[in-house]
Structure formats: C-alpha cells, structure tokens
Design a protein around this ligand. Structure first.
Ligand code: MRU
Length: 360
C-alpha cells in the first residue's frame, strides 16, 4: 500500500540486527510512529497491547518474535518458553497459533546452532506469503466486485467493519485488498467505514483508505442498518480472526449484527481471509475462544486534547460494570462467500478450495 505515494509494508525486518520495526497502531490515526522490537518481551507486549493487531499481522509478528527470542538463546527450553509467551498474548486470531506451530515444527528438530538463522528465514517466508496471498484475495474480490457493478452500474458502495486492511496484515489487507484492487483498476468505489467501538479500528481503516486515496465515509456502528435499508450498500466485506471448518466466522465484535442486517436487506456479506485464518481443526464457531478484553478499553475514550496531545478521558462513572467481548461469531448461513487466496466459495464448501483438508 502507498504511504505518501511510497509502497510501504507494516513490518520491517532487520535480520542482521536481530530486530524488527513495527507501526505503533495505538497512536494512529493521530501519529505514524515506528517502534523498534528487539526482545521477546517487547514482541509479546506489542501483540497484547495491540501496537500490532489484525490476525495476519499478529501471526507474522509472533514468528519474528520467536526469531528474536532465539537470537539470544536457541536452546530447546527457550524455544518452548518463547513460543508459550507469544501464544498466550491473544486467544482468538488463529494466525498467531498457526504461525507459532509452523515455526516450532521447523525449528524443533534442528540443532540449536542452526535455529536462529532458520527462524529468521521462516518468519520472512511467512511475511512474504502473507503479502502474496492478500494480493491474490484482492484479485478474487475484484472479480466479485465487477460482477456486482455489472448488475448495478455506478459507484460501488462497500461497507466494512473493524480494520482488515493494510494495517492488519503485512501488506494490502484482506477485506480491503479487493477495495484497493478495485480503486487501482479504475472502478469507482466508496467505502462505508464502521467506527468499531470500543477500540475504534474503523479510524485505522479510514486513515489507510485516505493514504491510498480511496473515497470513504465514517459511520457510527449503529448506522449500518439504516444505510442498508435505504439501498446505500452494495456489499459488506470483512476480515476474520478464525474461520471454523463449517464456515462459521469469528471476527471483530459487531460483525454478526452487520451480517444479520445484510440478510434482512438482501445485501451480500463477504468474508476475506488467507489460509492462515482457516482452522480446519475447529469444528464450529462455538469452539472458538472469544477474547474478553479489559474494561478500561470501554471506560476510556482516546483522542487529541486542545493542545493536540494524545490523551484519554474517563467516560463512565467509577464502578460501572462493563463487559468487553472483543469478537463475535457469524454463523456460516449468513455468509454469502468466503474469499481466500485460492478463490471464493460458499462458507460450508471450504474443502472445495482446500481439498487437502477434505478428511479433517
Ligand atoms: O482486535 P483486533 O483489532 O486485532 O481485531 C482485528 C479484526 O477483527 C480483523 O477484522 C481481523 O483480524 C481480520 S484482519 C485482516
């Protein structure tokens, strides 16, 4: 994706120096600040505190976190310890677990002195694959957008929830990849960006769409229904944190309500995700762990004060009870199609794209 006209990735690896640079997403959209991650604890903190976030980027960061950890101690004990520390950071996005399992199965059998170099190479491969897979998702999604546009000429109005864009991946995004592909191909596209309380990832989406020059409008989460009802939405496209074998989709809380509204208004509801988000070992949505995040995310609002400094305001009376589930599950029956790097299919037919998992 372009930042100030320059193609930029969200994660920069420096294998020679045994460290990576990430964008501190807790400071966006107000400041673009790169952060150096040079220790296992810094990598784990970056994921837990959501300095990096979004399922594919969490996976890539965890892989590099393991490589960083092995740079100081490549023993078997430390490999297991580091993988456990990283695995415990966030529960819902399966990409984290997928990336760590892939790294461990490669590294475990190697001699300790071979592990560090192999870990940096494998983390790099995971990052590269993410970029290529997201680009492919963009082309498959673009084909769907063209079909919709063929039926309904004019500007294509796409709605999205949370941030499943460039910032949630190493490059391009999942749900936003088809949007960038459409925009770059000259298709007139406008995006309704849902704010996504309480962490407001919609502001990240608006920020990155603006960087790339894609027309968009921010809406409060609760405005999605009226926009669909009044015919202002041609399709909804979201990302995913984990897709179960039966096609149930875990994504940012509020996704389910959008899918319900789509069903009532005949608006197609698409989910875009790479292979690393598919969990063929998970039978259905009820088996997906849903992260409950700290109440402070809900109690405080963040923004710039009158002096332009980033600050937080307490919005609730002290002692008010708060529940803060970070994700919800959209049942497969509400999903029109899942778009992956291999193409698009109905949610309950994922094995047509991945026949190697047909017996899972
Ligand atoms: O809690 P977050 O911000 O990490 O949640 C992100 C989402 O739910 C995204 O929609 C999902 O990871 C898809 S990202 C390509």
């Amino acid at each position: 994706m372009n930042i100030n006209g320059t193609p930029t990735r969200t994660l920069r690896a420096h294998p020679g120096q045994r460290l990576i640079d990430i964008i501190d997403q807790t400071r966006l959209p107000h400041a673009l600040h790169w952060l150096r991650v040079a220790t296992l604890d810094e990598a784990a903190h970056a994921i837990r505190a959501m300095q990096v976030r979004g399922a594919p980027l969490i996976g890539a960061t965890a892989a590099y976190g393991l490589a960083i950890a092995l740079s100081s101690d490549a023993s078997n004990t430390h490999l297991q310890h580091a993988a456990e520390v990283l695995r415990s950071t966030r529960p819902t996005a399966v990409n984290l677990h997928w990336a760590l399992a892939r790294m461990e199965s490669l590294l475990q059998p190697l001699a300790a002195e071979q592990r560090c170099a192999a870990a940096w190479l494998e983390a790099g491969a995971i990052a590269e694959e993410d970029v290529l897979q997201n680009a492919a998702i963009g082309q498959h999604g673009l084909a769907i957008f063209r079909q919709i546009r063929h039926r309904q000429p004019g500007t294509l109005n796409i709605m999205t929830h949370c941030n499943a864009g460039w910032l949630a991946t190493v490059d391009w995004g999942t749900a936003l990849s088809p949007v960038y592909a459409a925009h770059d191909a000259g298709l007139a596209v406008h995006v309704w960006v849902s704010e996504t309380r309480p962490r407001n990832q919609g502001l990240l989406t608006a920020w990155e769409l603006a960087q790339h020059g894609v027309p968009h409008t921010l809406i409060a989460d609760n405005a999605a229904g009226i926009l669909m009802r009044s015919g202002h939405v041609d399709a909804v496209i979201v990302g995913a944190d984990r897709i179960a074998a039966n096609g149930d989709v875990a994504n940012k809380v509020g996704t389910y309500l959008k899918a319900l509204s789509c069903a009532d208004n005949n608006v197609p509801f698409y989910v875009a995700a790479p292979r690393s988000t598919l969990d063929f070992a998970c039978p259905d949505g009820a088996s997906i762990p849903i992260e409950e995040r700290e109440a402070d995310e809900f109690r405080r609002v963040h923004g710039l004060d009158a002096h332009g400094a980033l600050s937080a305001l307490q919005q609730l009376p002290v002692g008010e009870a708060v529940a803060n589930p970070a994700f919800d599950v959209t049942p497969a029956r509400l999903v029109t199609a899942i778009i992956t790097e291999r193409g698009a299919c109905p949610p309950d037919q994922l094995t047509t794209l991945y026949p190697e998992h047909a017996d899972a």
